[in-house]
Every structure is written in structure tokens, then in C-alpha cells.
Design a protein around this ligand. Structure first.
Ligand SMILES: [Mg+2]
Length: 345
């Protein structure tokens, strides 16, 4: 099996601001695995909190892991061996999704069918980053009028405090009157316990579906206080990286947001789905700054999930890859062998 790497700079159409900062572009790592005339594709969107800060770091971790050739066994064995070897989850995600892509191509089946999963039927949310109400007034029509979008994810947890959060959300509500969209909120850990209590009550009265990561990662011991008599469902994102995190917070949250970059790819996502289902939790899939390759891999498992946030490829200028088109608002896996993602010809 031959493994190759390339690094590409990806520029965002609109810079994305969340509670921890702003990003207008980044270098991602692309991994291909070639065997028996087939090529599987994977991608790393690096990040310090996902274990590799740069694409180069992710590549060198994978090269070290694969250097003597003995670590490429079955996909599940490779996944476990890589985590054991401390390969960063975002680096592992590229290798893992490439191996699943290869497996499905060899089987001549779309990956979602190989997994025995249904085709997704739920629309993806489109993310509105933290911005001023004036900026939102310019951005919202671009999102809502041009893309047939049915769900909006609003980033709150502004460094300017909850009054700034409310001002942005009020702007979204003005559009809610005109467009029949559902709204969910992601605070990215930007609130303290008191603010989270207050905001969840305020949002519950204003058409919000659920709140993601209200409290900072590391403050999970405060979740039971927020969960008791909660006016809205609580999902954790940063607080839940692997399936093994779920039992710790299962009784103080309503759902978990998995990301391929956090859990190390499709294999990690399968374990999260099984574990969340066992605890009766709702499931969601999100993304980092990923192209159509990684988004297509996420779309392959999304038919089993309750909420979908697979939209980062739509905010690239340009997306150098294809494989995860928006069909009636749904990020749709393609009827081709593999996960369907690859570079544009
Ligand atoms: Mg999130």
C-alpha cells in the first residue's frame, strides 16, 4: 500500500469568528492510500486542540507511525494502533477516512451503503459566526436567499458579553420571520454557568432548538447544574472527543456533537454513534475547516444522526475538492464507490 501526502492552502469565503478567535484560511493535509488500482482519500484540518497544530506536524506524525509498514492492518486495528502511538486525532482522521474510502472502492460500493447506513434526510445547518448585527444584516440574506438553507447555527459566546450575543441573535430572529428556518446556537464554551442559565432561558423563548457547548471544556462538573430543569437540550462538542468521554457526561447532557477531526475519523465516529445510542443521547456531526473530501466522509455516516452541521466546504474560496454537494439543503453522499470525495480534475 502506498501512502502519499500533499498540503494545500484553503482560503475562506468569509472569515469565521467564534468565541476563541477568527480564521480566514488555513493549510490542510491530504492523504492518499493506493492499493490494487484504487486510491482512498483523506484530509486533516489541523488544530492545536485536535493534537496537531499544522498540516506539517500531522504529516510527520503519520509518516512516523507508518514508517516500517507494519501498522497498516485492518481499519479498526490501524485506528487503535495509531491512538496508542499518540497520533493526533486530526492526523489519524485523514488516514482512517482514506482507508474506509479505499475499502469501499474495492467493494465497489458507496461508503454509506458499505456501512449499512441510510442516506441522510436531514438538512445541514449553515454556520453564522460571531459578528455585529450590522454585519449579520449583510450576511444573512446571502445565506438564506441563495442557498435554500433550512437550518442556521448561530455562534454566540462573544468576548463582548451576552448583550452582544443577544443583539446578534435578535438580528437572526428578524430573518426568522421571513424565512422558515430552524435555529440552533453554539456558544463554544463562551459562557459561565450564570450566563448559560440566563441565555438558555432567553433563547428558549426565541425559537432556539438546542444549545451546543454552553460551558468551557474542563468545566463539565458544572453541567449537572445546567442540565437540571434546562429549558433547552444541551449538546457537548469540545467536551466530547471520543466515545469513551460519553459515559462521563451522559447524565448531564442531551446529545453529543462528533467531528471526524476530534475522534480520528469514521472509526471513531462509529464508536461514538454506538455509545451515544446506548446512553439514549441524541447525536450530531460537525466539522472543522474541511473541504469536500472530509465532508463527504462525514456525510457517509450522517444518515444515522439527529442533527447535521456539514457546511465548511461551502465557505471555501475555492473548494479544490468535490464530493459533498448540497441537495435540497442536505449534504449528500454520492452514488459512487467510496465516500465520494476527491480533488477536482
Ligand atoms: Mg461546536
Amino acid at each position: 500500500m502506498q501512502v502519499d501526502y500533499k498540503i494545500r492552502y484553503l482560503k475562506k469565503l468569509f472569515p469565521l469568528r467564534i468565541s476563541r478567535g477568527v480564521r480566514d484560511g488555513q493549510h490542510n493535509l491530504f492523504v492518499s492510500v493506493r492499493d490494487g488500482g484504487h486510491t482512498g482519500w483523506g484530509e486533516t484540518s489541523p488544530g492545536a486542540s485536535e493534537g496537531a497544530e499544522t498540516a506539517e506536524e500531522a504529516q510527520s506524525q503519520l509518516e512516523a507511525f507508518l514508517k516500517d509498514g507494519t501498522n497498516l492492518q485492518s481499519v479498526f486495528e490501524t485506528y487503535d494502533a495509531a491512538l496508542e502511538a499518540k497520533v493526533a486525532p486530526c492526523a489519524l482522521a485523514a488516514l482512517d477516512m482514506a482507508l474506509w474510502d479505499l475499502l469501499a472502492k474495492k467493494a465497489d460500493m458507496p461508503l454509506y451503503r458499505l456501512l449499512g447506513f441510510p442516506k441522510p434526510s436531514k438538512p445541514t445547518s449553515i454556520t453564522l459566526g460571531i459578528m455585529s448585527p450590522e454585519e449579520a444584516r449583510g450576511r444573512l440574506p446571502l445565506i438564506l436567499e441563495n442557498m435554500h438553507i433550512k437550518t442556521l447555527k448561530v455562534k454566540l459566546g462573544s468576548n463582548d458579553g451576552i448583550e452582544a450575543d443577544k443583539a446578534l441573535y435578535e438580528e437572526v430572529l428578524a430573518y426568522h420571520k421571513k424565512y422558515p428556518i430552524s435555529i440552533r446556537v453554539d456558544a463554544n464554551g463562551g459562557w459561565n454557568l450564570e450566563e448559560a442559565h440566563h441565555m438558555m432561558k432567553w433563547l428558549a423563548e426565541r425559537h432556539c432548538e438546542y444549545v451546543e457547548q454552553p460551558l468551557k471544556e474542563g468545566l463539565e462538573n458544572e453541567l449537572p447544574f445546567l442540565h437540571k430543569n434546562r429549558p433547552l437540550p444541551i449538546f457537548v462538542d469540545e467536551s466530547c472527543r471520543f466515545a469513551t468521554d460519553i459515559p462521563k457526561w451522559a447524565h448531564s447532557v442531551d446529545g453529543v456533537n462528533m467531528k471526524l477531526m476530534k475522534c480520528g475519523g469514521i472509526t471513531g465516529a462509529l464508536r461514538i454513534i454506538a455509545t451515544a445510542n446506548a446512553f439514549g443521547l441524541k447525536t450530531m456531526i460537525g466539522c472543522m475547516g474541511e473541504t469536500s473530501i472530509s465532508i463527504a466522509a462525514g456525510a457517509a455516516v450522517s444518515g444515522m444522526l439527529d442533527h447535521i452541521d456539514l457546511d465548511s466546504h461551502l465557505n471555501l474560496n475555492p473548494d479544490p475538492c468535490i464530493g459533498a454537494p448540497l441537495v435540497n439543503g442536505i449534504t449528500m453522499p454520492q452514488e459512487v464507490p467510496g465516500h465520494g470525495g476527491g480533488f477536482k480534475k
